[in-house]
Design a protein around this ligand. Structure first.
Ligand code: LMR
Length: 396
């Protein structure tokens, strides 16, 4: 039976890292997957995480199962992080948070939840979006469609077109928005645009699903939640998928969360019971370690302060690198105006490189970039920036 199975195409992002590992060129550069690297090209374990790790190992008492939706202390810490300390959503008991294996795990649980409880719903994705979004919803049997998001002529948000398209989405559908640091474009709505989006989404009777994988990488941990919080008016409904891969550097620990916000506390029990049902039939209950680290940090004010500083320094390095990238591209003779790169937010720069140019960079220079032209700015270092910019100038 298995002999007839055809090979699947490589993953649009992780497939490139597989190819990078096999590349024997000593000067190869991997700017594909969104993983932070410091100036030396290593992905550090944050100091706050190392300290928390020592505490977790010293204090743990059991390896028995966690509850299906994870530990209550983790859920409470995550809610404080995304909604703030005094949010009505929290005080009114309108939110339930499940600990999931990474942000992808949260999205898959959300997709299963939509399939089982809102079977007529289509999920609307921005064009472009993270290439794994359509895969996740397809795997759960949920149909997807897209709405315009990016204007390649201005390198900015196609806001009017987006609002017009959203205004025509059928009532009862789900709209997926990126909470901050839109992946792949790095273009986010302004505060005023977020308010307008929240209004049109609510007027149309759509369920917003916020993918929140980069909290802290745009302006700050608190600031980056401002868009999402516009969807939290009293009586609102909302799904939030958090990832702590990037902001805690916990990529391989697979730690994330699905938070469901319901209009009234009365509804939270039945809704969360359905979320738990999805989890139980998928991976049963979550892996403990990553969430124990996050909880330890967020429950300790000294570790929290330290972590805030570490997130700020990752953010600052990326922003400095954006400036250096624009400057070095010009110095190496790239003729296009790349100043838009300094206005993009988060780990990525949507460079405008075509798929053919990206292929040439890989084949000729062993530089790995996602075919949409998305560059992981956090992978650029003082050592690789010159050869990178020379190659880009060459292919453009
Ligand atoms: C990315 O977009 O590179 C990250 O979200 C990592 C991934 O899983 O694709």
């Amino acid at each position: 039976m298995l002999e007839v199975i055809q090979a699947a195409p490589p993953d649009a992002i992780l497939g490139l890292t597989e190819a990078f590992r096999k590349d024997s060129n000593p000067n190869k550069i991997n700017l594909s997957v969104g993983v932070y690297q410091d100036e030396t090209g290593t992905t550090p374990i944050l100091e706050s995480v190392q300290q928390a790790g020592r505490q977790v190992v010293a204090n743990q008492q059991s390896k028995s199962y966690l509850p299906i939706d994870g530990a209550p202390a983790y859920a409470a810490a995550v809610q404080r992080l995304i909604f703030g300390h005094e949010s009505e959503v929290v005080t009114a008991g309108r939110a339930a948070t499940s600990h999931t294996p990474g942000g992808t795990g949260a999205l898959r649980v959300a997709a299963d939840f939509i399939k089982q409880n809102l079977p007529a719903a289509t999920v609307w994705l921005s064009e472009p979006t993270w290439p794994n979004h359509p895969n996740i919803f397809a795997a759960a049997g949920v149909p997807t469609r897209s709405f315009p998001y990016f204007d390649s002529t201005t390198q900015g948000l196609a806001f009017d077109q987006a609002c017009k398209a959203i205004g025509e989405i059928p009532e009862g559908d789900v709209i997926l928005l990126h909470g901050c640091c839109h992946n792949p474009t790095g273009i986010d709505p302004t505060a005023d645009q977020w308010s307008q989006l929240a209004e049109v989404v609510s007027e149309r009777g759509l369920l917003p699903l916020l993918d929140f994988a980069y909290q802290g990488f745009a302006e700050g941990l608190q600031e980056d939640a401002a868009g999402l919080q516009k969807f939290c008016q009293p009586g609102s409904e909302l799904l939030i998928c958090s990832s702590f891969s990037k902001n805690f550097g916990l990529y391989r620990e697979r730690v994330g969360a699905l938070t469901v916000v319901v209009p009234d506390h009365e509804v939270i029990g039945p809704v969360q019971s359905q979320v738990k049902r999805c989890i139980r039939s998928n991976y049963s209950n979550p892996p403990a370690h990553g969430a124990a680290l996050v909880t330890t940090i967020l429950e300790d004010s000294k570790l929290t302060d330290q972590w805030h500083g570490e997130v700020a320094s990752m953010r600052d390095r990326i922003n400095e690198t954006r400036k250096a990238l624009v400057k070095t591209l010009a110095a190496k003779g790239a003729t296009a105006d790349y100043s838009f790169m300094t206005r993009q937010r988060g780990m990525f720069s949507f460079s405008g490189l075509t798929a053919e140019q990206v292929d040439t960079l890989r084949e000729k220079y062993s530089i790995y970039i996602v075919r949409s032209g998305r560059i992981n700015v956090a992978g650029i270092t003082p050592k690789n920036i010159e050869p990178l910019c020379e190659a880009i100038a060459e292919v453009t």
